[in-house]
Design a protein around this ligand. Structure first.
Ligand code: AMP
Length: 210
């Protein structure tokens, strides 16, 4: 049985794009804490209202809230998951093992890439919330500007994908990632992929892992 996959990497490092390919071709279920939080905001729930300004600023939502949301949306006995955007810090890495995975076999994959490259990537990112397709105005533009090739829906520029917020998100990432990598490395569960390569090449690296 394939391991549960934990995707680690800075915003824009390609985790979401690769997760989508693994879901489409290998039966994985994608769970992204960023998507779960955005859906709470869209619903206008109390939780959504509480986290909106934190997300707009690029800071992290508190560990307890995110863990509860993740647990409420995961059923490990029935699914093979790709965890995307969780864990973001050492405490979350420990909580994922103790409260969610509970001994289930898992591997952590680090999408290794220079952070400066990413800022340009993210500022040019456009997403289709319905189909989950992700575009880049420079490297992967949609055929019809502003609209998804697959669903035809209008593309969205995420509110937190503007340059100021992105720079803060990168700082938050840099401040938190090292202990997370050490946590998985010391348990021999960490695999690094070169995320500066093309999407196809990164995907080939991932296929070797699963
Ligand atoms: P993402 O879609 O993964 O880039 O996440 C967007 C935003 O959601 C982040 O900048 C955080 O504000 C929040 N967020 C997502 N996942 C987490 C997490 N695991 N812990 C705390 N905040 C999170």
């Amino acid at each position: 049985m394939s391991p549960q996959l934990i995707l680690l990497g800075a915003p824009g490092s390609g985790k979401g794009t690769q997760a989508k390919r693994l879901v489409d071709n290998h039966g994985y279920t994608h769970v992204s804490t960023g998507d779960l939080l955005r859906s709470e905001i869209k619903k206008g729930s109390d939780l959504g209202n509480k986290v909106q300004s934190i997300m707009d600023s690029g800071n992290l939502v508190d560990d307890h809230t995110v863990l509860e949301l993740l647990n409420a949306n995961c059923s490990l006995s029935e699914n093979q998951y790709i965890f995307d955007g969780y864990p973001r810090n050492f405490e979350q890495a420990k909580a994922l093992d103790s409260d969610v995975l509970k001994g289930s076999t898992s591997k952590a994959v680090y999408f290794d890439i220079d952070l400066e490259i990413l800022i340009a990537r993210i500022v040019n990112r456009r997403v289709a919330p319905g189909s989950g397709e992700i575009y880049n105005l420079l490297t992967k533009p949609p055929r019809k500007p502003g609209f998804c090739d697959v669903s035809g829906e209008e593309l969205v520029h995420r509110k937190d994908d503007n340059e100021d917020t992105v720079r803060n998100r990168m700082e938050v990432f840099k401040d938190n990632i090292d202990p997370v990598l050490e946590y998985y490395e010391s348990a021999d569960r960490l695999i690094r992929v070169d995320a500066s390569l093309s999407s196809d090449e990164v995907y080939t690296q991932l296929l070797k892992i699963i």
